[in-house]
Ligand binder design. Structure first.
Ligand SMILES: Cc1cc2nc3c(=O)[nH]c(=O)nc-3n(C[C@H](O)[C@H](O)[C@H](O)COP(=O)(O)OP(=O)(O)OC[C@H]3O[C@@H](n4cnc5c(N)ncnc54)[C@H](O)[C@@H]3O)c2cc1C
Length: 268
């Protein structure tokens, strides 16, 4: 449906932007929530890509990059979001309700896509915080299970409530009729840095000590078998990139597939 003005605010919808309706909102913590919007029939994307979104609350709305957390086959679009106090977009976005309008630019993009990786045996996905969002898309896409024998999703946060989105997602996925059986090859390895938890510590430290490989019962990462995708803060990307390069992996891009790829979860 094409709208000229936003129903709630009366502000004009900018040209070339989809105006979609919120269908579901779920809050996890004071600083994290997920929401789903209707999907325009003309909107195509590859699992793992991001898109610019905004709210129709001003003549010239603020747009921010958001990873699409739903897979490319889904009838709706899901996002997983931070709530930044005083953040130009999220101080308003965190208040959205079912029936509200969200704006979405038409062109998705990104490097965390299956096409940017050479075929391999195991896909490692390294995420901190909302960096899990693109992987929520990728682990729900049957194509990923066709390309890799084993998927390992590593998610690290500060406190336990911040792991709920990933844990619920993997539990629901394993019970899903479409990809549930394939998702038997998916392992969630989540760790905390500020609270007690069965596994604690940073992913890079757990790789350096070898604990992560021992816990999972897999060999140390090597360029013949392993492929990596990384999504987190700039500091996390820096450290994880160095760790993977230390194991002999090489960074790739859409036009030059290699053995690992990287995307910022946010700009510091
Ligand atoms: C490629 C890309 C994909 C992104 N995907 C997502 C996503 O899926 N979900 C999401 O919540 N955000 C995502 N972001 C961040 C997003 O674009 C916004 O920065 C965020 O929504 C906050 O917007 P804001 O206008 O309220 O505040 P901003 O002015 O954009 O941010 C204010 C400050 O908040 C901090 N911050 C911003 N985003 C985050 C975050 N996600 N986690 C921790 N601290 C943060 C940073 O220190 C930043 O300087 C992505 C950013 C990039 C570059």
């Amino acid at each position: 449906m094409t709208l000229d003005t936003a129903p709630q605010t009366g502000f004009p919808i900018p040209a070339g932007v989809f105006a979609e309706t919120v269908t579901e909102v779920q809050h996890y913590t004071d600083s994290l929530f997920r929401f789903r919007i209707t999907r325009p029939a003309a909107f195509r994307f590859r699992s793992g890509e991001f898109v610019m979104i905004g709210l129709p609350n001003a003549e010239k709305p603020v747009f921010r990059a958001y990873s699409i957390a739903s897979p490319s086959w889904d009838e709706e679009i899901e996002f997983y979001s931070i709530k930044v106090a005083g953040g130009p977009l999220t101080e308003h976005l965190q208040k959205i309700q079912v029936g509200d309008t969200v704006l979405m630019r038409r062109k998705p993009t990104g490097t965390l896509v299956n096409d940017a990786l050479l075929p391999g045996k195991r896909l490692w996905m390294f995420a901190t915080g909302t960096g899990i969002a693109p992987f929520a898309s990728i682990i729900r896409d049957p194509e990923t299970y066709e390309k890799f024998d084993q998927l390992i999703l590593c998610h690290t946060c500060r406190t336990a409530g911040e792991l709920t989105y990933g844990r619920d997602l993997v539990t629901a996925l394993k019970a899903d009729p479409l990809v549930g059986e394939m998702a038997g090859n998916l392992t969630l390895y989540d760790t905390l840095t500020r609270e007690d938890w069965p596994r604690t510590g940073r992913q890079t430290d757990l790789m350096a000590s070898g604990k992560i490989f021992a816990d999972l019962g897999v060999p140390t990462i090597n360029p013949d078998d392993d492929r990596g995708m990384i999504c987190g803060s700039i500091a996390m990307l820096h450290d994880t990139r160095a760790a993977l390069e230390g194991f002999g992996l090489e960074e790739g891009a859409n036009n030059r597939p290699a053995t690992f790829v990287v995307e910022k979860a946010f700009v510091d």
